[in-house]
Write a protein that binds this ligand. Structure first.
Ligand code: ATP
Ligand code: MG
Length: 361
């Protein structure tokens, strides 16, 4: 029996409302598992905490998060609370930088009943993963672009070290997906190598890393064509891996295909740490009303169980991650207990109870 310590950031806005039922579901699964246990430690951080104390991510919270086996985060930031320079409070970006979480993982799955804007041909399923490099690329010079009165520039930075780690991660993920019967064993490098030397460099590193994974198909696509295909034939994809800015844009397209932010989970993964959080923000417009959709948070928790299970070789964790995801998909497919963002009238707690009831007995 292995015990995993989970650092929990309850966050701002709807954050605490979606985190509480998610931790309750995890606690229930862990209580009946025979090969793992979970402990939870709530850590202060975020906009409300900043307003009270002047600190958005206390050093003690960072230290505890780093030491934990995984980090679960709801959403942080409020439009009304800002740093002195006017930017929004965003400890999640600091976590990403400090813990070097280079792989932003955004699964795009469209199950039965999901409110996708796509016309799905019969027999097709969409199940792919977009991996966004999250520490460099076109975000490298963020806010420091060279500016004169008549010109602004930003720098695109691609390093061999980060790219190698990123592509290894992508090939390993495709290997795991293939082994579990989900994936097609294909990794596509998304770039613009026909125009930018930096992307030709990126692609060259991809091709070199691919040699270590002869059982997988490694291919390339331009980012503009990828946007088109994500709408026209997304069922062809398996694992897509790309640069920071391209990934930023394509992952919102992916969330749109899934039928909205309330259903879109994500993970930010490094060599030693990982943060699991929904794609959406703290939704201050609906906070305190008990009607936030908990599904993206629950699906992010399922990704956490997958990651811990594969990393530490604990089959119970992998099984429970799949069970949690299947429970959410069943509730969506039945369409009876849905929150208002996806066309229903259910409260957060009713949706969470429906997920609980859909778990295997
Ligand atoms: P951020 O900048 O942190 O990404 P944002 O301002 O872009 O945040 P969100 O906070 O994600 O946006 O909210 C965007 C819209 O989606 C809001 O109208 C919000 O109410 C809605 N929304 C986001 N998450 C949920 C959820 N879990 N359930 C229901 N509605 C949601
Ligand atoms: Mg936003």
């Amino acid at each position: 029996m292995q015990t995993f310590d989970i650092a929990v950031f309850n966050g701002d806005g709807i954050g605490p409302e979606i985190m509480a039922p998610t931790v309750a579901l995890l606690t229930k699964l862990a209580a009946r598992a025979t090969d793992y246990a979970l402990t939870f430690q709530s850590l202060p951080a975020g906009a409300a905490h900043y307003a009270k104390t002047g600190e958005s991510l206390p050093a003690a919270s960072m230290t505890a998060a780093r030491a934990a086996d995984a980090i679960l985060l709801s959403a942080m930031g409020l439009p009304s609370v800002r740093y002195p320079d006017g930017t929004e409070i965003s400890p999640q970006i600091e976590l990403r930088k400090v813990l070097q979480l280079f792989a932003g993982v955004r699964p795009v799955r469209i199950g039965p009943g999901q409110p996708t804007p796509l016309k799905m041909p019969p027999g097709r399923t969409v199940d792919f993963v977009l991996i966004r490099e999250s520490t460099e690329g076109l975000f490298f010079s963020q806010g420091q672009g060279e500016v004169s009165e008549n010109e602004a520039r930003e720098t695109l930075r691609i390093t061999r070290d980060v790219s190698e780690k990123l592509f290894r991660f992508a090939f390993q993920l495709a290997t795991d997906r293939k082994a579990s019967g989900l994936g097609k064993g294909r990794v596509t490098c998304v770039d613009k190598a026909n125009v930018f030397r930096a992307f030709a460099f990126f692609r060259g590193i991809f091709d070199a890393e691919a040699k270590a994974f002869p059982d997988l198909t490694a291919d390339h696509a331009y980012v503009d064509a990828t946007a088109l295909w994500m709408v026209q034939k997304p069922w062809d994809f398996d694992v897509l891996v790309t640069e920071n800015m391209f990934g930023d844009i394509l992952s919102d397209l992916g969330a749109g295909l899934m039928g909205g932010l309330g259903l879109a989970p994500s993970a930010d993964i490094g060599l030693h740490n990982a943060v699991f959080q929904p794609c959406h923000g703290s939704a201050p417009d609906i906070a305190g009303q008990g009607r936030a959709n908990p599904m993206a948070m629950v699906l992010s928790a399922a990704m956490m169980l997958d990651w811990l299970g594969l990393r530490h070789d604990v089959p119970g964790l992998v099984r429970d991650g799949a069970a949690l995801r299947a429970a959410v998909e069943r509730v969506v497919a039945e369409g009876k207990v849905l929150t208002s963002d996806i066309g229903g009238t259910a409260t957060t707690n009713q949706a969470a109870q429906a997920i609980d009831a859909a778990l295997p007995a």
